[in-house]
Design a protein around this ligand. Structure first.
Ligand code: MEV
Length: 322
């Protein structure tokens, strides 16, 4: 029976995290580490999933079987995509689905959204259903929302469209940037972030301190608007300043950590143009914008500050059938 291999890239938030949950824009880039999904159409009416990197070996159910009450954590995103797809397009056959991950899911580089986008694309391909990028985005974003209950969808859009994007909440605007090659050094802070927890914590703060936090989000929105232009102009000096200004607000909002702060300070002292956390905060990765001549010094400083370097290049192709 027909078999396809589909891959999708990881992502990094450049500017605008958290504010993008509240109807402001953000800037996101894809990175050159990819998730792979191999999907085979089965004669039987069964779903079989193997996802070794998240501890899933031979997860099985029949098509008619309602989803388990407690779906194992490692298959939640895939199950959500499968259920939406089967309900919407009613294919008659089952599938065997195998995932492999080019980057650790603990880094917060978007493995859940990448796997969801790959699965939606692979299902459409084997069942010969023509889906536009927008339709794949909508399907995978709906799955992510069903599992997580929240999220702007910027990571799903990055996987679908590739490159660097100017993105507005729920995909109201998805605009590719002209330049995508950004000289970044990325390092992991040693702790996996809990994005839903970070978003909910900030939501509570926002309720209590509405006008102050709305002002912060407006300011982040302005940084993003300028960021879009300076990235296209390759004005790295200014982009660095915008990153620093964004980090200052994120710190005030309470989403940075002492390890992230230490790493960011180390990168700036070693000569980076700018540095900030990337994503929800509370852990995961930081990024530094660095000229070639300083790259080595910045990398060394980040390691001394306790970071784990994650070599990346930016602005790669979105989801593709291999
Ligand atoms: C998490 O990587 C980024 C947030 O803005 C959440 C989201 O946009 O879904 C905090």
């Amino acid at each position: 029976m027909k078999k396809v291999r589909v891959s999708a890239p990881g992502k990094l938030m450049l500017l605008g995290e958290h504010a993008v949950v509240y109807d402001r824009p953000c800037l996101v880039t894809t990175i050159d580490t990819r998730v792979d999904v191999v999907l085979e159409k089965l004669r039987q009416k069964r779903i079989v999933i193997n996802a070794p990197e998240v501890g899933i070996k031979s997860y099985q159910r029949t098509l008619a079987q309602p989803p388990l009450e407690k779906v194992p954590k490692g298959v939640r995103f895939l199950e959500a995509v499968l259920q939406i797809f089967y309900k919407r397009y009613r294919p008659k056959f089952g599938v065997n689905l195998n995932t492999s991950n080019g980057f650790s899911s603990k880094y917060g580089l978007g493995s859940s959204s990448a796997v969801s986008v790959c699965a939606a694309t692979a299902l459409a391909e084997v069942f010969k259903i023509k889906l536009s990028k927008r339709k794949i985005f909508d399907l995978a974003y709906q799955a992510v929302l069903e599992v997580q209950g929240l999220g702007s969808g910027f990571d799903v859009a990055a996987c679908c469209y590739g490159g660097c994007l100017y993105f507005r909440t729920a995909g109201k605007v998805i605009k590719p940037l002209k330049n995508c090659k950004i000289p970044l050094v990325v390092a992991y802070s040693g702790k996996k972030a809990d994005t839903p927890f970070m978003v909910k914590t900030l939501a509570k703060k926002r309720e209590k301190n509405f006008s102050k936090i709305e002002k912060d989000f407006d300011q982040i929105g302005r940084l993003v608007e300028e960021g879009k232009k300076v990235i296209e102009d390759k004005n790295w000096l200014r982009l660095g300043q915008l990153m620093n200004a964004n980090q200052k607000i994120l710190q005030e909002l309470g989403v940075s950590t002492s390890r992230l702060d230490k790493m960011i300070k180390a990168a700036l002292t070693a000569g980076a143009w700018g540095a900030k956390l990337s994503g929800s905060g509370g852990g995961d990765c930081m990024l530094a914008l660095v000229q070639k001549q300083r790259k080595h010094q910045v990398e060394q400083a980040l390691v001394v500050a306790g970071g784990v370097l994650v070599p990346v290049s930016t602005g790669v192709e979105g989801v593709k059938v291999e």
